[in-house]
Ligand binder design. Structure first.
Ligand code: WTA
Length: 677
C-alpha cells in the first residue's frame, strides 16, 4: 500500500496498472444491523441520479431551519453550486439550543485531559449552551465582532475549542481554526489570508507528558502577520487551568486578554443566534495544495451542516445515546465535521482527548473507552499502526465494546485493518473506511455500515448521493470495475463540497475542475466533475481503493503537507542551494518527507546543516513536518530541461530501483546519491 502511495506521487496513477489480491469481505454484525440508523438496501438508488438533487432534502430535514429553502440546488454559475437556496438556519442553534428540551442534562462533551490524574470533565448540553452564549457575548461586545468577520483560532484540544467555534457560529463570525501543532508562522499566514484581527489561543496544553507553552506561538503569529500587513488587535487566551496562567510568555498590555477573566463580565448573558443564509460561510479550513500557499477551503452553513449531519447519522451511525470518540484533532477537517458539527447536531456525547494516544502507554485509549463507555470510535491508520506496534495485546485487557469504528485520512494496509477489526473491535464492531478531503466537507466513499460488507483496504462505493468515477489522463472513464488505476472524480455536486477557496475563485476552478471540465460555458453539472487529486482503482464489486495523492502533496500521518511548502522552508537555511522533498514509506506514519538539499558553493556537508534544515521545517511549519532524513547531495538529478527528478530521489530514499536514468542531464550523480544511502 505504502509503495503504491509513493509511486502515486511521482507517476500519474493512470499509468500504473495495479494488480493485487482481492481481499476477503466481512459482513456487518447482526446486532449492529438491528440498531442501525440506515438499513434500507435501496438507499443508493433513492439517492441515485434520477432523484438528484432532491434526495439531499432528507439530510437538510435533519436540521432545524428558521426559513425553509426554496431551491435545492442552483447550478446557474458553475462550479459555484448553491445548496438549499433561500433557507435560513444557525449551526450553533442546531448543535446546542434545539437539544435542550430533550437532552439538556445529557453530556454533550467529555473532555479527557492527557494526565490521568486529572478528572474527565463532562459538559451537559445546558452547560454548553451557557458557555457558548457567554463567549458569544464576549466576542460581540468585547471584540466588536460581527457577522461575516473572520477570526483565527490556534487552539489546542480542549473543551473551549468547540465552545469557541460554536460561539462564532452563533453570531455569524467565520472561524478559521489552525492546528495547534502548527507553528506561529503557519498561524500568521492564515491570519493574513483570512484577514483576522482577533486571534484566539490557549496558554498551554499537554502533549506526551509535557505541558507546552502555546502562548509563545501567538507572539510570533502576531509579529509575522504584522510584517505582512495584517494587524491583530486582540489576542484572547483561554487558560488550561482556569484562574492560573500556565505559559512563561508574558502578556502584552492592551493586546492580550485572559478569556477566563474577561468572561466574568459576560456571565448569564444570552445571545440570539443569527439567522444565517444557507450560503453564508460557516468556517475556513486551510489545507495544502500543489503550490506553496495553503488554501482556505470555504465551507457553507446550510449545505455543510446538512451533509455532515446526514453522514454522521448514516455512516457513523450516531444516535443521541451513543458515546462517540473521534481521536482526530479539531484542527483538521475530520474534527470539524465529525467531532463537533455532525455529532453535536445529532445530540451525541462527543469525546475530546487532549493528548497522545500512546501516552503514557498504548492502553490509554482503551482505558478512556472503558471509563466513558465509548461505543463509536474513529481514528486514523497512523494511530492504529502505532497502537498495534506498541500494544498489540492491550485492547483485550479492557472491558469496552465498540459497535462501530472508523478509519480515515490515508489508505490502511489490510493487515493493519485486520488488527483493528479483530483486536480493537473485538470482532464485534463494524468498520467504515471513509475516503474524503478537507475540501469535500464530509465522506465521499465508504460502506454504509449496516448494508455493505467491509473489505480491508478499500473505502467502498460512493456514499449515498455521491457518484465517483475513475478517469484516465484524457478524461475517458476507465471501464467500471476494471481494477485499473486512474484519477478519481466525483461526477456530481453535493452539499458538503466547499464553496470556493477563500478569496481565490480562480484557483478553485483551476485546481478542482479545469482538468476534466468538458465545456466551461455549460451550466449542466454533468460537465463539471470534481477532480479530487487522488489515484484510485475500482474493483468489480464497485468498491474504490484509494492509492494516494497524485499531486505534490505528501500525506504524513493523515495530514496533508505541500512539498513546495517544505522545500521553501528548507531554502530559508542560508547554506541550502536547492531542495527537493519526497515521500518515503514509513511503517508507522505511512509516509515521511525526506529532504534532499544541495549546498551553495563554498559550504561543506555537515550534521549541523542537516539539523538546521530539520529545525527550520519544525519552526516554519510545525513538528509534523519533521523530515525522516535530510540528505545532503552533491547535486540534484535533473532532466535536460532542468527539472529535479523527484522520482529518482524517492526511489533511492526508499531503497528501490531507480529505473532508467540514462536520459538525465547528469546520470552520474545518481550513483553518488545512492552511495549516501
Ligand atoms: C487521503 C482528511 C485513503 C487522500 C479527511 C485524500 C485517504 C487526503 C482516506 C485528504 C482513506 C483521506 N483512504 N486515503 N480513507 N481518507 N485520504 O484533506 O489522499 O486532510 O485526498 O482530509 O487524505 O486529506 P485531508
Amino acid at each position: 500500500m505504502a509503495e503504491d502511495k509513493t509511486a502515486g506521487t511521482e507517476v500519474s496513477e493512470a499509468q500504473i496498472a495495479v494488480h493485487w489480491k482481492e481481499e476477503e469481505t466481512y459482513p456487518p454484525n447482526p446486532q449492529f444491523i438491528a440498531q442501525a440508523n440506515m438499513t434500507d438496501p435501496h438507499i443508493r438508488e433513492k439517492f441515485g441520479e434520477e432523484n438528484f438533487p432532491n434526495c439531499f432534502k432528507e439530510y437538510a430535514d435533519m436540521l432545524d431551519w428558521y426559513e425553509y429553502w426554496t431551491k435545492t440546488l442552483d447550478t446557474s454559475n458553475p462550479p459555484y453550486w448553491k445548496w438549499f437556496v433561500g433557507g435560513k438556519l444557525n449551526a450553533c442553534y442546531n448543535c446546542v439550543d434545539r437539544h435542550l428540551p430533550k437532552y439538556k442534562n445529557k453530556t454533550a462533551l467529555h473532555f479527557v485531559p492527557e494526565p490521568e490524574n486529572e478528572r474527565i470533565e463532562h459538559i451537559t448540553f445546558q452547560e454548553l449552551y451557557v458557555r457558548v452564549n457567554e463567549f458569544a457575548a464576549l466576542l460581540k461586545d468585547f471584540c466588536g465582532l460581527k457577522r461575516g468577520d473572520r477570526v483565527t483560532l490556534h487552539m489546542p484540544m480542549t473543551v473551549e475549542l468547540p465552545i469557541t467555534m460554536l460561539a462564532c457560529a452563533r453570531i455569524g463570525v467565520i472561524h478559521s481554526q489552525v492546528f495547534s501543532g502548527f507553528s506561529g508562522k503557519a498561524a500568521a499566514d492564515r491570519i493574513v489570508d483570512s484577514g483576522s484581527r482577533v486571534l484566539i489561543t490557549g496558554d498551554a496544553y499537554y502533549r506526551g507528558g509535557k505541558l507546552l507553552d502555546h502562548k509563545e506561538k501567538a507572539d510570533i503569529a502576531v509579529a509575522e502577520a504584522a510584517k505582512e500587513g495584517q494587524k491583530v488587535d486582540k489576542v484572547l487566551i483561554w487558560q488550561r487551568y482556569p484562574g492560573k496562567y500556565s505559559a512563561q510568555t508574558p502578556l502584552v498590555e492592551g493586546r492580550d486578554f485572559i478569556v477566563n477573566d474577561v468572561i466574568k463580565n459576560y456571565y448569564h448573558q444570552e445571545v440570539e443566534p443569527e439567522k444565517m443564509n444557507s450560503e453564508d460561510v460557516l468556517f475556513l479550513m486551510y489545507t495544502s495544495g500543489t503550490t506553496g500557499k495553503p488554501k482556505g477551503a470555504q465551507h457553507s452553513t446550510g449545505g455543510y451542516m446538512a451533509y455532515v449531519t446526514g453522514t454522521s447519522k448514516w455512516i457513523q451511525d450516531i444516535h443521541p445515546e451513543d458515546v462517540y470518540w473521534c481521536m482526530a484533532d479539531i484542527g483538521w477537517i475530520t474534527g470539524h465535521s465529525y467531532i463537533v458539527y455532525g455529532p453535536l447536531a445529532l445530540a451525541a456525547s462527543s469525546v475530546i482527548f487532549e493528548g497522545v494516544p500512546t501516552h503514557p502507554d498504548a492502553g490509554r485509549p482503551w482505558r478512556v473507552a472503558e471509563e466513558l463507555d465509548v461505543n463509536i470510535f474513529h481514528t486514523s491508520p497512523t494511530a492504529i499502526r502505532a497502537l498495534r506496534r506498541i500494544g498489540p495485546e492491550e485492547p483485550h485487557k479492557y472491558k469496552y465494546h465498540f459497535k462501530h469504528m472508523t478509519t480515515v485520512g490515508e489508505p490502511i494496509e489490510p493487515e493493519v485493518w485486520r488488527w483493528y477489526y479483530n483486536e480493537v473491535g473485538k470482532k464485534e464492531a463494524v468498520i467504515v473506511d471513509t475516503w474524503w478531503q478537507t475540501e469535500t466537507g464530509g465522506f465521499l466513499c465508504s460502506t454504509v455500515p449496516a448494508i455493505d460488507n467491509m473489505k480491508p483496504g478499500s473505502a467502498g462505493p460512493g456514499v449515498p448521493g455521491i457518484y465517483p468515477e475513475i478517469l484516465d489522463d484524457n478524461g475517458e472513464p476507465l471501464p467500471r470495475g476494471s481494477n485499473k488505476a486512474g484519477n478519481i472524480v466525483i461526477k456530481n455536486p453535493w452539499p458538503g463540497l466547499m464553496q470556493t477557496i477563500w478569496r481565490d475563485d480562480e484557483r478553485f476552478v483551476k485546481q478542482y475542475f479545469e482538468r476534466y471540465c468538458a465545456n466551461k460555458n455549460s451550466t449542466d453539472w454533468h460537465d463539471w466533475p470534481y477532480f479530487a487529486g487522488d489515484g484510485a482503482v475500482e474493483a468489480p464489486d464497485g468498491y474504490f481503493r484509494i492509492l494516494g495523492r497524485i499531486d505534490d502533496v505528501i500525506n504524513v500521518a493523515g495530514h496533508r503537507l505541500g512539498t513546495k511548502e517544505l522545500e521553501s522552508a528548507s531554502l530559508m537555511v542560508q547554506e541550502v542551494g536547492e531542495a527537493a522533498v519526497v515521500p518515503v514509506p514509513d511503517p508507522i506514519k505511512g509516509v515521511l518527507p525526506h529532504v534532499f538539499i544541495s549546498l551553495k558553493p563554498g559550504f561543506e556537508p555537515s550534521k549541523e546543516i542537516e539539523q538546521k534544515v530539520t529545525d527550520m521545517l519544525t519552526r516554519e511549519i510545525g513538528p509534523i513536518a519533521k523530515p525522516g532524513r535530510v540528505w545532503i547531495v552533491p547535486d540534484m538529478p535533473k532532466t535536460r530541461s532542468g527539472k529535479i527528478m523527484r522520482r529518482v530521489l524517492a526511489a533511492v530514499a526508499a531503497g528501490k530501483d531507480t529505473g532508467d536514468v540514462t536520459t538525465l542531464a547528469n546520470p552520474e550523480v545518481v550513483e553518488k546519491i545512492k552511495a549516501l544511502a
